[in-house]
Design a protein around this ligand. Structure first.
Ligand code: SF4
Ligand code: SF4
Length: 423
């Protein structure tokens, strides 16, 4: 199996089977856009990869990293990290690249994916390959400048705004040269085309032919949604006959993607089965302030003997506190856990006890304390094994072998505490 077929197999958007087993998350770190599509209302998410509807929360790269970590702890099968808006990833190149670099260094096994209009992609292709991006989607709605000009209101490139045919030519030149450049780096290229009746429906087959000749791997025909407040708000939406016909024509030139879920720029979970509470998590993570290493130098551990992470949060009567020093990890002190019997206040007290700790290693924890303590800035990690392995993961940004969710300790199953505090 080649590297490419291997990565396709693990990507839910590129492999129908993986759709049921591998989850993806979109990290909304890219708020601005460098073009204005006539079907896009900028109050909503970019429709290149997402269904317009509700404006996303935007995260800074460090917040996106924390959010990803929390989701990774929650989902067994999170395999793809995508950046698809809510604007364009390369109109916000710094944020996009920083987010991917942070995640890549801690989770090197994840697949990285970006979805862009392609205008400012070319200068970043080397960097994308370096970070390990395996999939790139470019939205190309036409390859004839006269048609392209009718799809976009303006294009902002190298600090200059272009309109009409001039803008279309600038956009096309940048988009098309990216395809062979990405292929040269071994990156899988998907092309999206938005079907706009009377504008490009007859022309999409030509887009597919040209992109396939340039080396694109997969093609996705997306029916336009007439969005209120846009130039095309009164344009008829393509009917199923038109969509079917376009897809059939395209499939003669290039592999067709047929199971696109048109996910939001902040979607997370299995395709078509997104997690429901991510908007709450996103809002919470968007409020986070970066902490300095001086503010949170320690890691707390729930342990019986100081060698293994082997206690559930609710049963721990105390926590061992460690720090990193030039000589290795050092035990600092033992801190008594707050008394039981005070409901959620116990978890708030515990969060206060940990206010100088960047993480807390436990062998199990209930959902309530996890949310409370995480939201106070101490990351809770469920793991079993050597304390040193956990500390290495936290301080040196290495992956931590967290316990399989189905094997996680269930509160009350064999808890030696009061078995009522963690649920
Ligand atoms: S590229 Fe996306 S965000 Fe930008 S205008 Fe087009 S649809 Fe909107
Ligand atoms: S929806 Fe698009 S950007 Fe998101 S994971 Fe799938 S292919 Fe990548």
């Amino acid at each position: 199996m080649t590297k490419e077929t291997n990565t396709i197999a693990a990507h839910p958007c590129f492999d129908k089977e993986a759709k049921h087993s591998h989850a993806r998350v979109h990290l909304p770190v890219a708020p601005s856009c460098n073009i204005q599509c006539n079907y896009c209302n900028r109050q909503f998410d970019c429709v290149n990869e997402s269904r317009p509807g509700v404006t996303s929360t935007v995260l800074k790269p460090f917040q996106a990293f924390e959010y990803f970590r929390a989701l990774h702890d929650k989902l067994d099968n999170l395999s793809v990290v995508g950046i698809a808006g809510p604007g364009d990833p390369f109109a916000n190149a710094e944020e996009t690249l920083e987010t991917m670099e942070r995640i890549k260094s801690a989770y090197p096994d994840k697949l990285f994916c970006v979805s862009t209009n392609g205008l400012n992609l070319f200068p970043h292709i080397d960097k994308l390959a370096q970070v390990g991006v395996s999939h790139v989607t470019i939205t190309i709605n036409a390859i004839d400048p006269a048609i392209t000009a009718s799809v976009y209101k303006w294009v902002r490139f190298n600090k200059k705004v272009y309109r009409g045919i001039e803008g279309a030519k600038v956009l096309l030149e940048q988009q098309l040269k990216c395809i062979p450049a990405l292929k040269e780096k071994g990156i899988i290229v998907k092309i999206n085309s938005v079907i706009m009746p009377g504008i490009n429906d007859e022309h999409i087959v030509e887009v597919a032919r040209v992109c396939a000749d340039l080396g694109a791997d997969v093609f996705n025909c997306i029916p336009m949604i007439a969005t209120k407040g846009t130039e095309f708000e009164n344009l008829k939406q393509p009917d199923s006959k038109m969509v079917f016909k376009t897809r059939m024509q395209v499939s003669e030139h290039i592999e067709l993607m047929s199971h696109c879920s048109r996910c939001r720029a902040d979607a997370a979970g299995l395709l078509g089965k997104d997690l429901k509470d991510t908007h709450v998590m996103l809002k919470e993570f968007a409020k986070r302030e970066p902490f300095t290493e001086q503010e949170r130098p320690y890691v707390a551990v729930a342990t019986r003997e100081g060698l293994l992470v082997n206690m559930h949060l609710g049963e721990a009567k105390s926590f061992y506190i460690y720090r990193q020093s030039p000589k290795g990890f050092q035990f600092v002190e033992e801190r008594a856990a707050p008394p039981t019997g005070t409901g959620d206040n116990r978890w708030l007290d515990m969060a206060k006890l940990m206010k100088d700790c960047r993480a807390l290693l436990v062998s199990g924890v209930g959902e309530n304390p996890k949310v409370i303590i995480n939201s106070c800035g101490t990351r809770i990690i469920e793991m079993t094994g050597l304390i040193d392995e956990g500390l290495d993961g936290i301080y040196n940004h290495k992956p931590i072998r967290s316990i399989a969710k189905q094997d996680a300790f269930r509160c009350g199953s064999n808890c030696k505490g009061n078995a009522q505090g963690c649920a």
